[in-house]
Design a protein around this ligand. Structure first.
Ligand SMILES: [Zn+2]
Ligand SMILES: [Zn+2]
Length: 452
């Protein structure tokens, strides 16, 4: 059955056709997600319906206060809510760091019943981690369609300038008012588009993981993501003009990506090697005291970088592989440890290796995977051939005025080359980059990315 989405009279998102008999364990999302216009006046009703109480801490910053939080505050107060305002004051952007998280924590009182964040990624994550620590439910009012994290259960944060991830909770209520989202700068809109375009690669890698390693693949989640991203590419100019229709398509794509995470309990449908590249850039820039690129924007650029590698593989002839030669060129476990510590540096390198133990393959396992890739090459090719053309993706990003190159993201050639080489090593999650490496073809495919 096809997945269809619609809205009830309250603008609450309704998804039908989610029944699926794939081997993945499915959980139906229980959050209330509202998308529409003129939603702020309805907020008290949404909160009452969910029974969250009347005492809240409202988290915002200087910008989002002007954009929406002032309205939210007044609306809630007029409806009899007790609102403690936690306006995080910073010059420039608020980072989700210990200071911001601490400000929220110190605003919470014994009588506080729920938290409400008005903002995009950073403010939502700052609130999210406080919600999980205090056990309070939270409401997210989105202000920019810039990333797919509204529905996330993980909070990416900064501690002493180092990126950390903390298990957290999804908001009980997500409110995306299109008139508010439309006021977001085009660069944030373009960033949201970049994050969504990466889903093409994520989905392809998921199916390839199914082909090579019999990893369970959920066709319903695959369909949700594909429909959303196709619609987005078809409407790039509406999005660039920030029309109501365009912004609705974008925020739906971002929210629905998040819904797949809730359904299958992991991010397989929404993040793969393109996210690994983007995470690597962010991690290394932070580690070296530089400004990290914006998440969605760098995912978009990374998607453009890995796309031609996928397309080239579709033309590969795997019968040319010399298994003995591949075996003789294998790196040892010691060499791999050295490589990981060079690529990811001491702390991250060690923790990635600890968390992805099985990543150094035995030759038997590598050989099995190579033979599977050879036997099932037609299926892998079909997955890649199913992707839209590179030109179409590039054109969509250009229409949005999105960043197109690593330079625009502030990434120098040495970091770029290293990122392309070590993206496959970021986690166990299977990707075509692993296939290429396991087939002994990495140097050939990445010869434009020499280690400097
Ligand atoms: Zn993302
Ligand atoms: Zn399924």
């Amino acid at each position: 059955m096809a997945v269809t989405i619609g809205y009830d009279q309250d603008c609450k998102l309704q998804i039908s056709g989610l029944t699926c008999d794939c081997p993945c364990e499915h959980h139906m999302p229980t959050q209330d997600i509202y998308v529409g216009t003129g939603l702020i006046p309805k907020l008290p009703g949404y909160i009452q319906k969910r029974g969250l109480g009347t005492h809240c801490v409202l988290v915002c910053d200087k910008n989002t206060y002007e954009v929406a939080a002032r309205d939210v505050e007044q609306t809630l107060k007029s409806a009899g809510f007790d609102v403690i305002l936690c306006k995080i004051m910073r010059e420039g952007d608020v980072d989700p760091d210990e200071t911001a998280c601490g400000e929220v924590l110190l605003s919470i009182q014994p009588e506080t019943e729920f938290l409400i964040s008005v903002g995009s990624g950073s403010l939502t994550d700052t609130t999210r981690v406080n919600a999980v620590r205090t056990g309070l439910p939270f409401v997210s009012v989105g202000t920019a369609p810039s990333m797919d994290g509204y529905t996330s259960v993980v909070a990416p944060l900064l501690l002493h300038g180092v990126k950390i991830h903390r298990a957290a909770v999804c908001p009980d209520i997500i409110v995306c008012d299109l008139d508010i989202l439309r006021t977001a700068p085009l660069s944030m809109v373009a960033s949201g588009v970049g994050d969504v375009l990466g889903k093409y690669i994520a989905k392809a890698d998921w199916i390839i993981g199914n082909i090579i390693n019999d990893e369970p693949y959920c066709p319903v989640c695959g369909e949700i993501v594909t429909d959303a991203v196709n619609k987005l590419v078809d409407n790039a100019d509406e999005i660039a003009k920030k029309t109501e229709k365009g912004i609705r398509i974008l925020i739906e794509a971002l929210l629905l990506s998040g819904v797949t995470i809730m359904i299958v309990g992991h991010t397989r449908a929404v993040a793969s090697v393109e996210h690994n590249v983007a995470h690597y850039w962010e991690m290394m820039q932070l580690l070296h005291g530089k400004k990290p690129p914006q998440h969605g924007s760098s995912v978009g650029v990374a998607t453009l970088l890995v796309w031609p590698i996928f397309q080239r593989f579709a033309k590969e002839d795997l019968s040319r592989l010399d298994l003995q030669d591949i075996q003789s060129r294998r790196i040892t476990r010691e060499q791999r440890v050295k490589w990981m510590l060079k690529a990811y540096e001491e702390e991250a390198g060690n923790s990635i290796m600890r968390e992805n133990e099985g990543d150094f393959l035995t030759w038997e396992e590598q050989e099995r995977r190579i033979r599977r890739a050879q036997e099932r090459f037609a299926d892998i090719k079909a997955v890649i051939d199913d992707l839209p053309s590179y030109d179409r993706i590039y054109a969509a990003m250009k229409t949005l005025g999105a960043h197109l190159t690593p330079e625009e993201e502030g990434i120098d050639p040495a970091l770029l080359n290293l990122s392309m080489r070590c993206a496959k090593d970021y986690r166990t999650r299977y990707t075509l980059f692993k296939t290429i490496d396991e087939c002994g073809l990495m140097d050939e495919y990445l010869k434009d990315y020499p280690l400097l």
